[in-house]
Design a binder for this molecule. Structure first.
Ligand code: 5GP
Ligand code: ZN
Length: 117
């Protein structure tokens, strides 16, 4: 499978060009570990379809983003995070601290998280 966007690291992961272990994967969403974890559990929830950012998603993508949240919740439960809780974060654009231009939700958990902004 060729990456949808050859300049996109997450498209390459999704396409299997960069071997990765998926915590979850279906036709719409993939979940894999962040390369530089900020918490004991730090996973990235991405749409299979290349969407650069929240600012480029359309109303037609709303169901897909809902599926990303549902997948994050499913994996969080599997990782034992449901009882103590966890955090989902989407960084958007330069001020939001977005470094990879393929929409992703950070799933963070396994320790108490401070609110840093
Ligand atoms: P952002 O700042 O765009 O919200 O987050 C990008 C995240 O992607 C960072 O937490 C970073 O550690 C992670 N990341 C960057 N490159 C790679 C990679 O090649 N593989 C994986 N698994 N994660 C990556
Ligand atoms: Zn991409």
């Amino acid at each position: 499978m060729n990456p949808q966007n050859n300049d996109c690291i997450f498209c390459k992961i999704i396409a299997g060009e960069i071997p990765s272990k998926f915590a979850y994967r279906d036709d719409d969403v993939a979940v894999f570990a962040d390369i530089n974890p900020a918490a004991p559990v730090h996973l990235l929830v991405v749409p299979i379809k290349h969407i650069a950012s929240l600012t480029t998603m359309t109303d037609a993508d709303a169901l897909l983003v809902g599926k990303m949240v549902a997948a994050a919740n499913k994996v969080a439960k599997e990782q034992g995070l449901a009882e103590r809780g966890y955090r989902l974060t989407i960084n958007c654009g330069e001020d939001g601290g977005q470094l990879v231009q393929h929409l992703h939700i950070h799933l963070l958990g396994g320790r108490p998280l401070k609110w840093e902004n």
